[in-house]
Write a protein of this length. Structure first.
Length: 78
């Protein structure tokens, strides 16, 4: 049973997200990738790592963080 959620907000750093996904791949957590740059590579990467992928506009860190958090299905967010 997954009890935690990891949200990765991406803005012009697909390589960083991929490295992060590789380092957390063994954690038992729901992973959400919130992409503000609409990167096709990240969409495919999300499928490979069995992560939820969501695109959205960059509206500043706080708004994007809140929107991404609303996608989580559990309250424990990292």
């Amino acid at each position: 049973m997954v009890l935690s959620v990891i949200i990765l907000i991406c803005r012009h750093d697909a390589e960083g997200v991929i490295k992060t996904l590789e380092s957390i791949r063994k954690l038992n957590a729901e992973i959400i990738i919130y992409d503000t740059c609409h990167t096709p590579r990240l969409q495919e990467t999300a499928r490979v790592y069995q992560s939820q992928y969501q695109e959205g506009p960059w509206e500043g860190y706080e708004r994007v963080r809140c929107k991404a958090a609303m996608l989580a299905s559990h309250p424990w967010i990292l």
